[in-house]
Design a protein around this ligand. Sequence first.
Ligand code: AMP
Length: 467
Amino acid sequence: MSDNLYDLLASRFPADPAAPCFLFPDGSRIGYGEVADQAGRLAALLIAKGVAPGDRVAVQAEKSPQAVMLYLAALKAGAVFLPLNTAYTAAEVDYFLADAEPRLFVRDVQALVAEAAACAPLAAAVPRAASDLASIIYTSGTTGRSKGAMLSHGNLAANALALHEIWGFSQSDVLLHALPIFHVHGLFVALHCVFLSGAPMVWLAKFDDRQVLEGLARSTVMMGVPTFYTRLLANPGFTRAQAAHMRLFVSGSAPLLESTFAEFEARTGMRILERYGMSEAAIITSNPLDGARLAGSVGYPLPGVALRVEGGETGVIQIQGPSVFSGYWRMPQKTAEEFTADGFFITGDVGHADPDGRVWISGRAKDLIISGGFNVYPKEIELILDEFEGVAESAVIGVPHPDFGEAVVAVVMGAGDESQLIARTRDRLAAFKAPKRILFVDELPRNAMGKVQKALLRQIHAGLFAG
Ligand code: AMP
């Protein structure tokens, strides 16, 4: 009996080979039969190229259905799939290749598919145990070396089955897929829910307002990062009628602003379902499908996930469960440091849980500011700033300061009067928490998943109080 994730996913593909898997904006489609057939041919080709079970297959390619087929092929061949962000430079890619030592590095997926046409599809998936690696996901690594999170067939299967269940997926769903597929969100969370349902997805190469609005008319579920929602709301063409037959909007990968949640509800009558996850564990918590979805909360731990907060009230979140990775690729020391003695993974996210288990995240531990010896949690200040008129979003950081060690600085997307805003935060907060400076910008720097890059902001403003 094999635990190859491919077998689980393929066992849910519709019996009718013409049943659609990919639906494109131009009305064309690709059926599940072709997906399975191409994945089988590509798997045979990988093996013919010398890819043995456990070998890494690295892929840096534009989003395409063929890249998805290659992912399935890698699973089927028993290889370890290693997706790389298309934005990585040659020097960055060199690091990943040297670290992961893949058997194969694919940049031209279409050429591989053409080559695979001559191969007979691999009949059966290469047997794998639940603990065998299915994928390595390099963390975005805003500080230090990027680490490869090792995810097993069992890790991914457990998370996929749990999400499919709690989010109520069925074959009558149509997922709007506009996320990148080099990241856990678009690759595992979205695709696995679809495959386990044998459902189709409206396939967009990227988030494009017009195509998303059109796609919503054909979909039932959208998974997005918070910037998808702010961009939809910025479009007056996005109306209640357009969202009317959608049953679910999911947000994650970065905090959803409470204002976005509220505005979305006012516009559509629907509450975005926010969930929390990371490369090391896929999805960890989710707001309920049936039940209260609260702005600013990431909901409850998934079935089977144990979640606790270090040191009581607010602290670093630790987790244990079937989807939690086994460690960082070739970094036993780093792995040991990030697990507790009793086997909980130290997420690095700070938050707290209500007595009933509902979780609230207040930010990354490394974004904590220590000013004049006092701990300052950026989120507390951001929430207040975001309420002020003229402030679309704020990012609060610690910047080196000769007296305080670190000074609280707010970088604000929007416009306003600096001293007036500082004075207003002082009315609401202890003086040591109020920003010493507020800097106004048109846009906050974000990564591909819409996360504000605080490490970059710290770097840019490191000299603010120098001299
Ligand atoms: P990544 O491994 O790139 O997916 O990044 C994972 C990190 O994103 C987590 O450790 C959190 O800091 C952050 N994150 C993901 N989802 C949420 C969320 N809903 N709210 C707040 N932070 C989130």
